[in-house]
Each structure stands twice: as structure tokens, then as C-alpha cells.
Design a protein around this ligand. Structure first.
Ligand SMILES: Nc1ncnc2c1ncn2[C@@H]1O[C@H](COP(=O)(O)OP(=O)(O)O)[C@@H](O)[C@H]1O
Ligand SMILES: [Mg+2]
Length: 366
């Protein structure tokens, strides 16, 4: 296993820059998720690590070795794709063992290795079948087994679950995490699904298309907890979390107060406030009723959704639409109701309306 270091990477297709100034230090044995909207460069970055994508600047290190110019075959990384890429005319056994056979490894050793890996991913009873007779989840397990049997230094996954239905996705997600623990492997996993990112990653790298900032794609690189509770800018704040964080524009009046609705909220900032601020609050940090814990906004309920384990209330207010989430079913307003909502003040996020960067509060201090 190995650590992977991406140092100031630039990638361009002709005149078009796709990735700029990418810096990441991926520790040995870590499960890292690259998440971002379609087209932001996630697959390009995986291909770069695998050696399938040229780069115009920077260096890639696997352990202490600069592999920037190394052939894919010499990097000892294994990639698992969304569309399995299995050989249709070979059995599961042959698909898993193909690489070993090419390398002329002894048949007994191949047999032993394949059976061990098949057991690990639950394919023992399917080794004689062709991929056509397997479910999507089983085919993805074959692709996974083929990667594991190689004992790579680094596993790369490019949206491996997106062809599977929701039920399968959840169970394979769990299996992959368990497998990661068992192998202690360095895994880099790409997805556009923020739920997958939040549930799977030791660390999450949130990426944006280069057009968002112009200077770099990597918006934030941290644990799921920090990304959720202290998003570094509006892009991250809105991308991670479902339903999305509520955001609205507010004026800052004076040095350390922000006007929300009819109330001035005192904030302890590290630097003077910009005059226009974007205030954010997650749906679970809005509560029904007027409370002392934060500013109260009144509005009219537009829609409610009862999901069983929680309910969502969408309210039109004078500062804009607010989504509220609660796990209790006791207070369930209905559409058309007049409603008071309190925004828990210690849960408010503030962003500069111009730069869209997080405004650090004294309480944010590490
Ligand atoms: N071979 C290529 N030539 C030109 N542009 C490409 C090529 N491959 C990908 N791109 C562009 O690079 C950007 C990033 O692509 P990709 O890494 O596949 O994004 P993601 O995996 O995040 O959806 C996209 O805008 C895509 O159109
Ligand atoms: Mg992709």
C-alpha cells in the first residue's frame, strides 16, 4: 500500500484547462472520495494517477517515487470503472485470473488466489459463470476481484456503483468500506453523489469545474464532518447536504452585526464584515416557533413532505424560501399555514457575497 501525492497538477486539452494547481496528499491506507458535479475533472484525475492521462504541469508521487513519466503498468495501481469492462466470453474465474495467466503464474497459485478473492467478494458460487449470467452487482464484484487479485498499491474507483439500482448500491457501499478495512488499502473513489461521498470517505475532496474559481478546482479537502459543518465556500455549502443548505442575502450593519429579517444578529468575526453577506443554514437547524436561540422569520407553508423518518416543510418567507427538516412528527404544519421559523444562531454560516468564501467566526478557530 502507498501514499499518493499530487503536487501542483495542471491538465489541459489543447487550449482548454481542465485541472489547475491540484494539490492533494493522500495518506497510506486512506479512503479518499473525489466528489463534484459532472464534468469537473474527476475521471481525468483518476486517469492521471493511473498514467492514462498526460499532464502539463506538476508531479505525481506514489510513495517516494515520482511516477509522472512512468508507464501505467509500472505504477501498480488498479482501476475499477462504472461499466465493469469484463471479457464476455470468459468465465468469472478466467476474468479474475486473466492478468495472472498473462504473467505466467503457476496454475495452482492462480487457483488459490482466485478462490481466496472470490470468497472475499462473495463470488465463490459463480466462478464458472459468464458475466452475461450475473447481476449488475455481481459483475461489479468481478471487476473488484480482478483488481484485488493484483495486490495493487492503490485502488482507483470511477463511479463504480452508478449502474446499480439503489438497494444494491447501499449494500455494495457497505461491502466496499468493509473491504477497505480488511485490506488496509489506499483507495481513491470518484462519485458525483454527495451521499456516497459523505458515507464512504475518510477524507473528501470537493471539486468544481475550473470556471467556478478560475484558479483551481479543489474547493475543500477534509473529513466529511468538517466539510459538512464548516464548508469553505458557497459552492461546497450548496453541493454537500440534501436538501440543500438554505441561503439568502443579508446586509451587514456596522462592524459585527448582520441583519436577518427584522433582527440584528451579533457575530464575532475575525476580520471586518463585508457589506453584503450570504447567510446559510441547514434545514435541520431551522426550528418551528419563535425561540430565543436565533432570529425568527414568519412565512407561509408552500409544501410539506413526510418521508416517514423525517418531514420537510418548505416555507415562503420575506427573506426567501426556507426548507425545514425535523425528525419528529408532532408539529406537522400543512400547506397554507402561517408559520414562525427560528434559525438557530449558532448554526448559521456566513459567506462573503462577492468572493463567496466563508467568513470565519471566532468560534470557528481550530
Ligand atoms: N479527451 C478529451 N478531450 C477534450 N476534452 C475532454 C476529454 N476528456 C474529457 N474532457 C473534458 O474534460 C472535462 C472533465 O472531464 P471528466 O474528467 O470526464 O469529468 P468528470 O469525471 O468529473 O465528469 C469535461 O469538461 C470534459 O468535457
Ligand atoms: Mg467521470
Amino acid at each position: 500500500m502507498a501514499n499518493v501525492s499530487l503536487r501542483n497538477i495542471d491538465i489541459a486539452y489543447g487550449p482548454v484547462t481542465i485541472v489547475k494547481s491540484l494539490q492533494m496528499e493522500i495518506a497510506d491506507g486512506e479512503f479518499t472520495v473525489l466528489v463534484g458535479p459532472s464534468g469537473c475533472g474527476k475521471s481525468t484525475i483518476l486517469r492521471l494517477i493511473a498514467g492514462l492521462e498526460p499532464h502539463s504541469g506538476g508531479d505525481i508521487f506514489i510513495d517516494e517515487n515520482n511516477v509522472s513519466a512512468a508507464n501505467p503498468a509500472d505504477r501498480n495501481v488498479a482501476m475499477v470503472f462504472q461499466n465493469y469492462a469484463l471479457y464476455p466470453n470468459m468465465t468469472v474465474f478466467e476474468n479474475i485470473s486473466f492478468g495472472m495467466k498473462i504473467r505466467k503464474i503457476d496454475a495452482t497459485e492462480i487457483d488459490h488466489a482466485v478462490r481466496e478473492v472470490a470468497k472475499m467478494v462473495g463470488l465463490t458460487d459463480h466462478l464458472h459463470k459468464r458475466p452475461g449470467r450475473l447481476s449488475g452487482g455481481q459483475r461489479q464484484r468481478v471487476a473488484l476481484a480482478r483488481a484485488i487479485v493484483r495486490h495493487p498499491k492503490v485502488f482507483l474507483f470511477d463511479e463504480p456503483l452508478s449502474n446499480l439500482d439503489a438497494e444494491f448500491r447501499a449494500s455494495i457501499r457497505l461491502e466496499l468500506r468493509q473491504l477497505h478495512k480488511k485490506l488496509g488499502a489506499t483507495m481513491i473513489y470518484v462519485t458525483h453523489d454527495q451521499v456516497e461521498a459523505m458515507t464512504m470517505g475518510d477524507k473528501i475532496a470537493v471539486l468544481a469545474p475550473i470556471a467556478v474559481k478560475g484558479t483551481h478546482n479543489l474547493m475543500q479537502y477534509d473529513t466529511p464532518e468538517v466539510i459538512y459543518s464548516k464548508p469553505t465556500n458557497l459552492f461546497v455549502a450548496r453541493f454537500i447536504g440534501s436538501p440543500k443548505m438554505n441561503t439568502f442575502e443579508a446586509e451587514s450593519s456596522g462592524q459585527a452585526t448582520i441583519r436577518i429579517g427584522d433582527q440584528d444578529i451579533a457575530v464575532k468575526v475575525k476580520r471586518p464584515l463585508p457589506s453584503k453577506v450570504i447567510v446559510g443554514i441547514r434545514p435541520e437547524h431551522v426550528v418551528v416557533g419563535a425561540h430565543a436561540e436565533g432570529p425568527t422569520i414568519t412565512g407561509r407553508v408552500a409544501v410539506t413532505e413526510n418521508l416517514g423518518h423525517e418531514r420537510l416543510v418548505f416555507t415562503e418567507t420575506k427573506i426567501g424560501p426556507i426548507t425545514q427538516r425535523a425528525s419528529d412528527q408532532t408539529v406537522c404544519p400543512t400547506a397554507g399555514d402561517e408559520l414562525e421559523l427560528t434559525l438557530l444562531r449558532h448554526r448559521l454560516h456566513f459567506f462573503d457575497a462577492v468572493t463567496e468564501e466563508r467568513i470565519e467566526m471566532v468560534s470557528d478557530a481550530p
